[in-house]
Write a protein that binds this ligand. Structure first.
Ligand code: ADP
Ligand code: MG
Length: 349
């Protein structure tokens, strides 16, 4: 079934997309329907705002990303940014620019994903904007949240000897992306493509249906643990550790053999003749949290089952990876490992 958006018009479409939304959060006073949403946060809270712009062909590829998954992920990655401040997301707004290639039903699928994510994370969809576009699909997503003033965590608070913690396995989403790209290439031009995805559920899930670590933020709060610095891992561990260290003016040692990498990620890497450690360091989209705590909190961190991958050092020692045979590899910029391997391969040849 394909209903042209023109038959509904802008207001008809907005009505369809936002039908039946109920506001669940205390701070959401008024949602969709007026010129602006109305929010009210208590004065002891800080309000957090984060936004993402997602362009078709740049940030997502609809040949292999279902619209429902795109909507879900677009919402969840914004929630992840609020969690990375040690906050709780409460509201979401969503702007969509949409070309005539898209039907009402397609945009409804997108919203099904967004609304599913909002339900799961208890966030209210309180507004947005809708426009025609010449080409493709554009999404502008904004999440708004809250955090107690003394619990807010920036990127810049880490101290020497702090432990570097990571909340889950890395590199899986990147391997999922590789699988999707491989099937896309293999099936290009096929009239009725049947990609081979059986057995790859884990890495595909990491790429298409990521989680934001609400559970960790809740557990840290329960244990009365406030990290000294925190960031969510969107562009790979290497890039994020550099952000933390640069903003905190510190160095770091990260032990390569401590990086959490799932079996499924290792298996896919082997199949592609790729290095899973490179995926963990430079692959994107894992949405785990990277944070630091004082050394004295070690027991509590282990009790939560969180991996400690290294520690913070003085600024003049630089940011470096420690290999299993105790060699130091400086972390300069994302991409360094791939370059290093290429040059090694060239030297061999
Ligand atoms: P305005 O002309 O002030 O931009 P609109 O007619 O675009 O207002 O929007 C009317 C209402 O519908 C507003 O509350 C707005 O937040 C909401 N809205 C518009 N587009 C969307 C959308 N894509 N998703 C959610 N809410 C939307
Ligand atoms: Mg508008």
């Amino acid at each position: 079934m394909r209903t042209e958006i023109a038959t509904l018009g802008e207001f008809g479409l907005i009505d369809r997309l936002t039908e039946g939304i109920k506001l669940e959060n205390e701070s959401s006073k008024y949602g969709v329907g007026d010129d602006a949403a109305v929010l009210s946060y208590p004065s002891e809270k800080q309000v957090l705002v984060t936004t993402d712009l997602l362009m078709e062909g740049v940030h997502f590829d609809l040949t292999y990303v279902p619209l429902k998954h795109l909507g879900y992920k677009a919402a969840v990655v914004n929630f992840s940014d609020i969690y990375a401040m040690n906050g709780t997301p409460r509201q979401l707004t969503l702007g969509v620019g949409v070309s005539s290639r898209f039907s009402v039903e397609m945009i409804e699928q997108l919203y099904e994903g967004v609304r599913f994510a909002c339900k799961e994370y208890e966030v209210d969809l309180v507004g947005g904007d809708t426009s025609a576009s010449i080409n493709g699909l554009t999404l502008a997503v904004t999440a708004i949240g809250e955090v107690a003033k003394d619990k807010i965590v920036y990127r810049n608070g880490t101290q020497v000897n702090d432990l570097i913690c990571v909340t889950g396995a890395l590199g899986g989403a990147y391997m999922g992306l590789h699988l999707l790209e491989r099937e896309k290439r293999a099936l290009a031009g096929h009239p009725n493509p049947h990609p081979k995805f059986e057995g790859y559920e884990y890495i595909l899930g990491r790429q298409l249906r990521p989680s934001a670590r609400l559970d960790i933020i809740q557990e840290l709060a329960k244990s009365d643990l406030v990290p000294t610095s925190m960031i969510d891992i969107t562009d790979g561990l290497a890039s994020e550790i550099l952000h933390l260290c640069k903003d905190s003016n510190k160095g770091a040692r990260v032990y390569l053999n401590r990086l959490p990498i799932a079996q499924e990620t290792n298996r896919m890497a082997e199949e592609l003749h790729a290095d899973p450690v490179v995926a963990a360091l430079n692959g994107g989209d894992d949405f785990e949290l990277l944070f630091t705590v004082p050394l004295a909190k070690q027991e509590e961190i282990f009790a939560l089952g969180i991996d400690v991958i290294g520690h913070i050092t003085a600024p003049d020692t630089g940011v470096a990876l420690v290999t299993p045979d105790d060699q130091l590899i400086p972390v300069q910029a994302p991409g360094w490992v791939a370059e290093k391997q290429e040059s090694e391969a060239n030297n061999e040849g």
